[in-house]
Every structure is written in structure tokens, then in C-alpha cells.
Design a protein around this ligand. Structure first.
Ligand code: GDP
Ligand code: ZN
Length: 340
């Protein structure tokens, strides 16, 4: 393969100062961007920082997504971690990125002071396609309203969610099983796991193959234990054990990805923060609750917010028992911007 000018496809694991580590079939290659790409990259960066100076609201962090159809046509002008690229291998360890391939999804930060999305949008992580939402069956007790929020974010960002109920070895309250059944009925996959008994670990390991995944959830639920059970050493690499690595590491906003031995990649804690900060437009929130979807468009008022309006088809479905009352409460809580 050395000196073979063959084009490879790869995925960007990390990048700084124009140097990118790209995961390919021939191993990880340290790459630079071809001149033409670099030029458009530098230009968009310069425009961005100029606009940033002019923006009075540049501190707010939030995300926006491209619609899948648009993303499929749009060729990104800036390279991001998670991007699939075409590259030319230069020698055993290096390569030159020739082309950025269209994105399937992106988590990005946008400066709210600007109306020009193209200029102001900075992608933090491209092509994340799966999130494992980890909660403990107990210690700490699961807050299912928080899970509802994560599920809504995943629906909005078009990231496939997996629900993981960890510490299945510990005795827990009946409401945990009841809610697990609710989520299963809604079509979500629920994995019961334990790092003590090993339950669910192999299932999780298999579900990660071929995907770019991040683990998220409250602290103390066992995320780092799980990730380490799936692949030793991964918790430290992905920043899930943060106190041990010191504070300096995650001052940057862009994420890093780590290849798994069994195939697929794990996103680090910067990716977790980017997902957690995702904002759903209020008018889109109802459609992020999958069981609301059949009723949308059936309310008396076309601008119904489904909170307390007369003739609301969703409230009717809650009354009829077709929609779980607790899920509707979660919806209202998120809509009104209440934390958890
Ligand atoms: P994180 O903050 O989500 O990364 O959680 P940790 O992985 O640090 O785990 C928090 C605590 O829960 C630690 O004391 C772990 O040993 C414990 N723990 C993690 N997974 C399990 C599990 O499956 N069963 C039990 N009983 N304890 C667990
Ligand atoms: Zn309504």
C-alpha cells in the first residue's frame, strides 16, 4: 500500500490546526486538507469570526440540524469530526483529504445573533447516528422525565436512541419495569444491563458495531463502567471519567471519536454536551413524542400547543388513556422550558 495513490474512504476521528486523524481500512492516517478544500475552509472560518465579532449574542450555545434531504445534497464546506472523506494515501501513515462526503446528521453550534445559518453554523460532530441513554434502575433512581427529554432530542436530531437500564442486578421499584414496558410499547429498544452480572453487555457491544454512538445519562448511573465493560480503557479515552484526566482536556468544543475493536466509534464527552444542549423548536416538539404523531393536525385550533386548549386531540388521547399522562407532562415541561 505504500506510495499507492489509490483513493480511500475514511472517517475523521479528530482534528486541530489543519491536521486530521482519519480512520481508514489501512489504519489511522494523519492527513492534511488538499489546497482547494483548505481555501474554502479558511475563508468560511474568517467570515465566521468576523460575523462573530459583530454578534451581540455569540455566547449562546445551541444546535440546528439540516433536514436529511438537504444534508444529502449539501457538501459541507468545513471539515468536522465525524465526516466521511475521500483521501489519497501518501505513505504508510499519512494522507491528503481530497473530498468531504455529504453528511447524514450534524450536531452544531450556531451564533443566535446571526440570521445567516451558513456563515454562522459550526459543526461539532457530523454523522452521529446512535445514542445510548443510560439510567440506573436505582442508585440513583431513574428520572424518566429526563429520559423523555433525551428521547425528544434524539427524535429531533435524527439520532437513533437506545434506552439502557443499568444496575439491573439491584432490587428496584415496580415503576421502573412499568416505564420500561411503556417505552417498549412506543417502539424504543430497552436494554437491561449490569456490569456486575454481565447482563446486556454483549447486546450493547453488538449494537455499537458499524455505528457512531455516544453514551449519555446522569452521573452515577454507570456509563463509564459500561463503556469499560464493553471495551477496557474506553471510559478514560472518551472523557467519561473526567476527574482522573484533569480539566484541560475538554476546553475545545469539537468532539473526538474513538474506534471500537469490534467496529464502530464512540463519541467523547464533548459530543455528550453538544447533544444535551440541542434545542428543539417549540412547534416541532410534539412530533418528537412519537405517540403524539397520529393526532397531530386533528386539534380544533391549528396553532394548538397541546397544553390546555379546548378541542385538543392530544389531550383527548391522554384522557382516553391512549397517551400516557406522564409522557404528556414531560412534553409540557420541556415546552415551558422547565428543567427536568
Ligand atoms: P457514571 O458516572 O455514569 O460514569 O457511573 P460509574 O460508572 O462511575 O458508576 C457509578 C457507581 O455505580 C460506581 O460505584 C459503580 O461501581 C457502580 N455501578 C456501575 N454499574 C453498576 C451495575 O451494573 N450494578 C451495580 N450494582 N453497580 C454499578
Ligand atoms: Zn392540541
Amino acid at each position: 500500500m505504500i506510495n499507492d495513490p489509490e483513493m480511500l474512504t475514511g472517517m475523521v476521528l479528530n482534528g486541530a490546526h489543519g491536521i486530521y486523524d482519519v480512520h481508514t481500512d489501512n489504519g489511522v492516517l494523519r492527513c492534511t486538507l488538499r489546497g482547494k478544500l483548505k481555501k474554502s475552509f479558511v475563508q468560511s472560518q474568517a467570515t465566521r469570526s468576523l460575523a462573530k465579532t459583530n454578534s451581540r449574542f455569540n455566547k449562546l450555545l445551541h444546535q440546528s440540524k439540516m433536514k436529511r434531504e438537504a444534508a444529502e445534497q449539501a457538501v459541507p464546506s468545513r471539515l468536522s469530526v465525524g465526516d466521511y472523506v475521500k483521501l489519497r494515501q501518501l505513505d504508510a501513515k499519512t494522507g491528503m483529504i481530497e473530498e468531504i462526503l455529504p453528511r447524514q446528521s450534524e450536531l452544531s453550534r450556531r451564533d443566535t445573533g446571526s440570521t445567516d445559518k451558513k456563515v454562522m453554523q459550526q459543526t461539532l460532530l457530523a454523522n452521529l447516528d446512535q445514542a445510548v441513554l443510560v439510567f440506573a434502575t436505582t442508585q440513583p433512581d431513574p428520572h424518566f422525565s429526563m429520559l423523555d427529554r433525551y428521547l425528544a432530542i434524539c427524535e429531533s436530531a435524527e439520532i437513533h436512541p437506545l434506552i439502557c437500564l443499568n444496575k439491573a442486578d439491584l432490587p428496584h421499584e415496580p415503576y421502573v419495569e412499568q416505564n420500561a414496558e411503556l417505552y417498549t410499547r412506543l417502539g424504543y429498544e430497552v436494554i437491561w444491563s449490569s456490569v456486575i452480572t454481565g447482563q446486556g453487555i454483549e447486546t450493547l457491544r453488538n449494537l455499537l458495531k458499524g455505528h457512531m454512538t455516544l453514551f449519555t445519562g446522569p452521573s452515577g448511573v454507570g456509563k463509564s463502567s459500561l463503556v469499560n465493560a464493553i471495551e477496557p480503557g474506553m471510559a478514560l479515552k472518551t472523557g467519561l471519567i473526567s476527574s482522573a484526566t484533569g480539566k484541560g482536556r475538554h476546553t475545545t468544543t469539537s468532539s473526538q471519536l474513538y474506534p471500537l475493536t469490534g467496529g464502530g466509534w464512540l463519541a467523547d464527552s464533548a459530543g455528550i454536551r453538544a447533544l444535551a444542549a440541542w434545542n428543539i423548536a417549540p412547534e416541532d416538539l410534539a412530533s418528537c413524542f412519537v405517540e403524539f404523531r397520529p393526532y397531530l393536525g386533528q386539534c380544533t385550533y391549528s396553532d394548538c400547543t397541546h397544553v390546555d386548549e379546548e378541542g385538543c386531540a392530544i389531550l383527548q388521547a391522554v384522557n382516553d388513556g391512549a397517551i400516557d399522562e406522564r409522557r404528556h407532562k414531560s412534553y409540557v415541561r420541556i415546552l415551558l422550558g422547565e428543567e427536568r
